[in-house]
Unconditional design. Structure first.
Length: 130
């Protein structure tokens, strides 16, 4: 078996294991002892995986049919933007909480990343608003 076949088989095995794990988690989700914030984070993660899996499936089908993949890549980028928006809202809530202690290094890295992103977004949004 060549490397590509091995990678595909490994990915398939991991996906099958994930399906089994999700089935087990479904039972746990029905219990009463869930932290609402952790549950919201879990739901967001599952939604991101679901949307990414859909996009990956669409992209795989596009490669087989030879059609243009631009629309699918745009959908994936849109999903990243939606997820980033949700994460920003969650981080804003975390920063306002007195129960959460933030690590300085992570905050510095996040600040640098958001400054860079803001600079890139500024002109794009300005053009969109014109």
């Amino acid at each position: 078996m060549d490397t590509l076949d091995s990678t595909i088989a490994d990915t398939s095995d991991r996906l099958k294991a994930a399906v089994s794990e999700l089935a087990g988690l479904q039972t746990l989700l029905l219990s009463d002892n869930l932290d609402p914030r952790i549950l919201a984070d879990f739901r967001d993660a599952v939604n991101r995986v679901r949307n990414t899996a859909w996009a990956a499936q669409q992209y795989a089908e596009v490669k087989v049919t030879g059609n243009n993949s631009t629309d699918i890549l745009s959908i994936v980028a849109g999903e990243r933007i939606r997820a980033a928006f949700q994460l920003c809202q969650a981080i804003e809530s975390d920063l306002a909480s007195t129960d959460i202690r933030m690590q300085a290094g992570h905050l510095i890295e996040l600040s640098a990343a958001t400054k860079s992103l803001h600079e890139k977004l500024k002109d794009i949004v300005k053009d969109l608003e014109s």
